[in-house]
Design a protein around this ligand. Structure first.
Ligand code: NAD
Length: 327
């Protein structure tokens, strides 16, 4: 795959799960990387090994402060905007803070990127924008009504990006991530994502709780496929590929029951007792849609996307990483 090299790139939310993986990847190809993060959910251990790298600059700051955003974009050619408060339940519990960060913070970053005349603003959009649409697979231009404050914030991002491209000529590309997983995803806290949470619980022989009967399905997407999409979005010079959004997924779906079975299979290679840990079934969660599956045709056609990791391949790698790093 073609790589972006020798550029100066700001990664907001660069201490988080996806952002820190992006920082690491970009540094491997001799890019200068600026990371802006306030450590709201990001972790210093994700970027500890990068702090002394001569091409890495950490700015501890908040996207809710326009001056922090202006400082971060100084001298930058490209922005990968990842900073946000994730999690549907978090946004249901505290919609004001999610909105402040995800909408006002996003707008600040657009303004700063416009003022600094960056070449491209690639941002983390979300599959939650498909809302209550039951159509499968999800195709970019067919969305439903949002099912949570978080989904609204992510949809508003797309609307703002569109207006910034039309009004100010800022090249914007949104990547609608579908349930990303992999190394460095935080297993702790009330709003942890399902894969690291289940891995952690299984490793401790604690019973994981599946919301619902386990037949809900998701297009679980390995982090390296997401890195590829970000690189391709940065590289494209095709004007028709700009000012739009792309599903960022593998293009297959797995039920929670199948996910659990696979996790047990991979983890029991390290500890055979994990195979017999019991699973508990709880009520369905507010704001959850039953099924999610992406069409990745648009990304393939317009960006040359070619995901390298199936969910199973990614899961095996993620489990190995957690086993090594969380013991
Ligand atoms: P994460 O919580 O690990 O990373 C988010 C980062 O943003 C953290 O480092 C956090 O400290 C930082 N941040 C939060 N508020 C900030 C603020 N006010 N100022 C500066 N930095 C701030 O989450 P992630 O999974 O890596 O998500 C990255 C992006 O991808 C987010 O925009 C999220 O909404 C989006 N997304 C993620 C998924 C997924 O499955 N992980 C799915 C869809 C969309």
């Amino acid at each position: 795959m073609n790589q972006i090299k020798d550029k100066t790139i700001l990664v907001t939310g660069g201490a988080g799960f996806i952002g820190s993986n992006l920082c690491e990847h970009l540094l491997e190809y001799n890019n200068k990387v600026v990371c802006l993060d306030n450590f709201a959910t990001g972790r210093v251990q994700n970027i500890q090994h990068l702090l002394n790298h001569s091409n890495f600059t950490l700015i501890v700051g908040d996207i809710r402060n326009l001056s922090d955003c202006h400082k971060a974009v100084m001298g930058v050619e490209y922005v990968l905007h990842q900073a946000a408060l994730g999690s549907v339940p978090r946004s249901i519990n505290d919609p004001i803070t999610s909105n402040d960060v995800n909408v006002s913070g996003f707008l600040n970053m657009l303004v700063a990127a416009r003022d600094a005349k960056v070449k491209k603003f690639v941002y983390a959009a979300s599959s939650s924008t498909y809302g209550d649409s039951e159509a499968l697979p999800k195709i970019e231009d067919k969305i439903g009504k949002p099912l949570s404050p978080y989904a609204i914030t992510k949809y508003v991002n797309e609307l703002y990006a569109d207006i910034f491209q039309k009004s100010y000529g800022l090249n914007c590309i949104g990547l609608r991530y579908f349930n990303v997983f992999g190394r460095k995803q935080d297993p702790n806290g009330a709003y942890a994502a399902v894969i690291p949470k289940f891995v952690m619980q299984l490793m401790k022989h604690e019973s994981p709780i599946i919301n619902g009967d386990g037949n809900y399905s998701r297009d679980f997407t390995y982090i390296d496929n997401v890195i590829q999409m970000n690189v391709l979005a940065l590289l494209t010079e095709n004007p028709e590929a700009m000012n739009t959004v792309y599903n960022t997924a593998f293009g297959d779906r797995t039920t929670l029951n199948d996910l659990m079975a696979s996790l047990k299979k991979y983890l029991s290679k390290y500890d055979e007792k994990i195979a017999s840990v019991e699973v508990i079934y709880g009520p369905n969660r507010n704001g959850d849609i039953p099924h999610s599956l992406a069409s990745i045709d648009k990304a393939k056609k317009m960006l040359g996307y070619n995901p390298q990791y199936s969910m199973q391949q990614g899961l095996e790698q993620a489990v190995a990483w957690y086993w090594e790093n969380l013991q």
